[in-house]
Design a protein around this ligand. Structure first.
Ligand code: PAF
Length: 270
């Protein structure tokens, strides 16, 4: 595995490669990320992971400075997973970066409390696409809204890149894997699996109970356990518009605070 640390080096190294699958990350890799490398290997020949903690997608009160930096361990994990190249640039790639605006999908769900976040995401992803020039890119479906926004970004900019979503990888007790899980106290970690359990409960009852009861009951349940749901939505998985009939596919998605930690999760019913 080769580590590439500048834009120029990336362009030179990958110039003649036309079967590249890119897996963008911000490092601090867990099994969820590693499963994306597995997904990537099914899609193409040359696997490039990027590790770049993108300041553009962090809000003022979000913790860019304290974001875990675990490069050496990350590189070992990627090598073991069969990654070919790791693009790990310095902040220089932000110089003269072309800024992109995320589509209207960014006004919903996480976008409501994280203004500018998805603009920062599409700006850096656009830059990574421009440097690496992949034919495919893989993103985790835990960040479902991000996945959708990037798919739309690619279509709107007529980029010839296929975007694939990698399934959510869960701990044995159902908690979706996330770098943020490490920030939970042992007590919070024990409570956290109720998030997925409640999403499953909604899925099981989606045609049995009125939508208002599903949502209200869940909010009440979470607050009785000390969790504060930021949003809980049952929506169309393409437009993120609130769903009122459940004959097609449906997304159940949540963002919730457990102590100081903000967690997201979702279930897609196809
Ligand atoms: O999902 C992430 O880790 C980031 O948002 C991404 C896609 C690597 C862009 O910085």
């Amino acid at each position: 595995m080769e580590v590439i640390s500048s834009e120029l080096q990336a362009k030179e190294t990958l110039r003649n490669n036309h079967d590249i699958v890119l897996v963008p990350t911000m490092g601090n890799l867990h099994k969820g990320h590693i499963s994306l490398i597995g997904e990537a290997k099914r899609l193409g020949k040359t696997i490039v992971a990027s590790i770049f903690i993108n300041p553009l997608q962090f809000g003022k009160n979000e913790d860019f400075d304290n974001y875990p930096r675990t490069l050496n361990v990350d590189l070992k994990k990627l090598e073991l997973a069969g990654c070919d190249y790791v693009f790990n640039p310095s902040g220089n790639i932000l110089q003269n970066i072309m800024e992109h605006k995320a589509s209207d999908l960014s006004n919903k769900m996480c976008g409501k409390t994280r203004p500018g976040h998805f603009d920062g995401v599409v700006t850096i992803v656009g830059k990574l696409f421009d440097i690496i020039k992949p034919q495919h890119a893989v993103f985790g479906l835990k960040d479902y809204q991000q996945f959708l926004i990037i798919k739309k970004f690619v279509t709107q900019n007529h980029l010839d890149i296929k975007i694939t979503g990698g399934p959510i990888i869960r701990e044995r007790d159902g908690l979706a894997m996330s770098s943020r899980n490490n920030l939970l106290t042992p007590e919070e970690r024990l409570i956290a699996p109720i998030i997925y359990k409640k999403l499953l409960w909604i899925k099981d009852n989606i045609k049995k109970l009125p939508k208002e009861s599903l949502i209200k009951d869940s909010f009440n349940f979470f607050s009785s356990k000390g969790l504060m749901a930021e949003y809980l939505t049952i929506c169309d998985p393409e437009t993120l518009a609130e769903a009122n009939n459940y004959d097609g596919s449906v997304l159940i998605a949540i963002a919730i605070k457990l102590g100081n930690v903000r967690l997201i999760d979702n279930i897609l019913i196809d």
